[in-house]
Ligand binder design. Structure first.
Ligand code: ZN
Length: 340
């Protein structure tokens, strides 16, 4: 756990970044519109934003805040004050602190405008830092639903629906990779890498956000995506699609050999022609690979489903190692130990 100390006079000076630099005298801290309570008992400052909130409420959620306020209480006189309330400087961004306060004061998230990646990110990072376990778990649940460490092989690959379910812009995918690295929740990486690995431009140049800024990933992640992409493209045809290779005999009781052979060839053709942008489609069930009018007979379809699912399971189980990560069980254990 990161130690967080109450504001000493030295720290307070350190946060006044404009002092002595002469950039601007006008950069006075301003009150938060959303979190300035007249009966608030403490003022938090993050960057140039002030939040007048309730000590007891924050302390109830976070043992870190509790300790911070206890120490602060002993020497109130020597501490800075705002409106007669002790001022506590936080080293977090103003928007992260605002997200934290939304969680503390208003947990009805279905109507919360901040159910966005910055909100989830703040909950995860500050949940860890301030030891607010339910807040951390909330954020992790949302992320794990969308970047799972396990998939149900009998179903459609859940990654495919990702963009429909989360209201993130596409650059958010790279932001999630950075968040997973920063929060040390590496269980999110295999799925996020898989979804990124199909897009070389995104890997190398990043993705532009709607606000014009650009999300990029560090070199180690670029390398992981490119090497993983190579392995997946080489292995998918034999691991997942072994059942439709020409050298694989048709099942003994196939009722329409010529048509089933044509159907298998059509799948091979489809894999060959397919743009590699959606690597995660290799993890889709066999039925999604039935091409045009080429249909397998029921015997072959049953056989194909079984073989295909075996391959999908094998590929999913190996997914972290394609990207140079430790196997799933080690990643899960690390994530467990990393929780606040
Ligand atoms: Zn058949």
């Amino acid at each position: 756990m990161e130690p967080i100390s109450p504001p000493s006079s030295q720290e307070a000076k350190g946060t006044e970044q404009t002092e002595g630099v002469g950039i601007s005298q006008s950069q006075e801290p301003t009150r938060s519109d959303n979190f300035w309570f007249e009966d608030g008992s403490v003022v938090l400052q993050a960057e140039l934003k002030l939040f007048r909130v309730h000590r007891t409420l924050l302390a109830r959620h976070s043992p870190i805040f509790q300790d911070m306020f206890l120490v602060g209480q002993n020497d109130d006189d020597s501490n800075e004050q705002v409106d007669g309330r002790p001022l506590v400087h936080l080293l977090d961004s103003a928007s992260d602190v605002e997200h934290l306060l939304y969680y503390v004061y208003d947990r009805s998230e279905s109507t919360n405008p901040f159910l966005s990646l910055p909100y989830i990110s703040a909950k995860l990072l500050l949940g860890k830092k301030y030891n607010i376990r339910p807040m951390y778990d909330d954020a992790l649940d949302i992320l794990e639903t969308n970047f799972p460490s396990n998939i149900t092989i009998s179903e459609h690959c859940p990654l495919i629906d990702y963009w429909d379910r989360l209201n993130f812009e596409r650059a958010g995918l790279l932001d999630v990779i950075n968040l997973a690295l920063k929060a040390n929740v590496l269980t999110l990486l295999p799925a996020a890498y898989l979804m990124t690995a199909g897009d070389l431009n995104a890997i190398l140049d990043g993705i532009e956000r709607e606000d014009g800024s650009r999300a990029t990933i560090p070199f180690a992640s670029q390398r992981a995506c490119i090497l993983g992409r190579d392995k997946i493209l080489r292995e998918a045809p034999t691991v997942v699609f072994s059942w439709c290779q020409q050298s694989t005999p048709l099942p003994q009781f196939c009722v329409s050999q010529a048509l089933c052979r044509a159907a298998r060839n059509a799948v091979v053709q489809e894999i060959w022609n397919r743009n590699c942008d959606d690597l995660e489609t290799y993890l889709n069930p066999v039925d999604s690979w039935q091409v045009g009018n080429y249909k397998l007979c029921n015997v072959c379809l049953h056989h194909a489903r079984n073989k295909h699912n075996e391959g999908r399971r094998k590929m999913w189980d190996a997914l972290p190692t394609y990207f140079g990560l430790p196997p799933w069980d080690e990643l899960l254990e690390q994530a467990r130990l990393n929780a606040p």
